[in-house]
Structure formats: structure tokens, C-alpha cells
Design a protein around this ligand. Structure first.
Ligand code: GRF
Length: 188
């Protein structure tokens, strides 16, 4: 699931294709027509579906369409790789332990929008990113992997975001691997 540039989506596809992650990306769902993620999917040959939230009557209706798309694609795990919409318990409960999110802060600090701006405004010296399983609260749930990124003198949102993104691309495939292992262990 992606809403914007799709660099995390591409990092996952790359990890699957170069053997770092024993998985396959079966489907990308985007909510913004023409977004970077959609273009990357075309270039990478990954099937892509547009589910534009503007065409749905509320969050639950969108989540029902997402669930149907993922069930049809028979996916084992769902990754919110820069999905800039709040999801409802419908989606979370449809994929218990199977829904992974990536967020550009060291959770539980700086949840919600503009996490990098929030971190800079607070004056932290250590920022970072978190991949976690999704719980009903926004940007919450069991943490799978985190990476710390030092804030450097003179950093602005763009410079810090660039270094955080590099770490996101590294930890998201690891988190998907861990989520899969947790599932396997819980199923005995
Ligand atoms: C990432 O910073 C992610 O943490 C946040 O949205 C951003 C998506 O970036 N949830 P991209 O679209 O993967 O390039």
C-alpha cells in the first residue's frame, strides 16, 4: 500500500528480487492516481490497483475494498509502505499480525503526520524510523525493527528525511522477514 513516491515499495521489491527477502510482491495498491509508486510498479512489472479514497464513502468502505483486493491476490502479509491514510479496525482485524507499517520516527515518539518536522522542532539529537505491526491506534503496535539516525547540525526536514529514508529502505525488508517468522512461530 503506498500513497506517494513509493521508494519503500521499490526497496521491498528489490529485496525480494536480489534474494534478501524470501517473498514476492504480488500487488501494489495506491490511493493517488499517477503517484510515484504507481510509476515504479509499472517499471518494475508489479500489478498495481488504484483505490482512490475520494471515490469511497468513508474509511471503512475503502478498507473493505482493500481487504477484497488483498484476499483476491491471496497475500500473506500486507505492508503500509507510505500509506498516508488512517486505516480502520476492519483492515487491521482482517490481517491480524500480518499488517506492517513504516513510520519515520523512533516510535513511540512523534506519531502522526510530519514526524520528521516534529522531531526537529522538539530538538532531539537522535531521530530514526520504525517498522511495526499495526494496532488500532495511529502509528502504534509491536515494534519489529528500528533504526536510529543522528540529527546533524544544520539539518532541515529534507536532509534528515533523506538519511531516514535510506534506513527505512534497509529495515522494511527485515521487518517483513520478522513478521513472517513471527507468524510461522505462532502457527507452530
Ligand atoms: C516514509 O517516510 C514512511 O515512513 C512514511 O511515508 C514515507 C513514504 O515514502 N509513512 P516513500 O513513498 O516510500 O518514498
Amino acid at each position: 500500500m503506498a500513497s506517494g513516491h513509493g521508494s519503500n515499495f521499490e526497496a521491498l521489491v528489490a529485496a525480494c528480487r536480489d534474494g534478501r527477502l524470501a517473498a514476492e510482491v504480488e500487488l501494489l495498491v495506491v490511493n493517488n492516481e499517477g503517484c510515484g509508486a504507481e510509476e515504479r510498479a509499472r517499471r518494475l512489472g508489479v500489478p498495481c490497483r488504484l483505490l482512490d479514497h475520494r471515490r469511497f464513502d468513508g474509511r471503512e468502505a475503502l478498507d473493505r475494498a482493500l481487504i477484497a483486493a488483498f484476499r483476491q491476490a491471496a497475500v500473506d502479509l500486507v505492508v503500509m509502505a507510505g500509506w498516508m491514510r488512517i486505516v480502520t479496525p476492519l483492515l487491521i482485524e482482517a490481517f491480524p499480525g500480518r499488517l506492517v507499517n513504516i513510520h519515520p520516527s523512533l516510535l513511540p515518539s512523534f506519531r502522526g503526520v510530519d514526524a520528521i518536522g516534529q522531531a526537529l522542532a522538539a530538538g532531539v539529537t537522535l531521530a530514526g524510523c520504525t517498522a511495526h505491526l499495526v494496532a488500532p491506534e495511529v502509528d502504534a503496535g509491536p515494534i519489529l525493527v528500528q533504526a536510529a539516525v543522528p540529527v546533524l547540525a544544520g539539518d532541515d526536514v529534507d536532509s534528515l528525511a533523506e538519511r531516514i529514508h535510506r534506513q527505512e529502505h534497509r529495515i522494511l525488508p527485515l521487518a517483513v522477514q520478522l513478521a513472517a517468522e513471527r507468524l510461522r512461530d505462532s502457527q507452530g
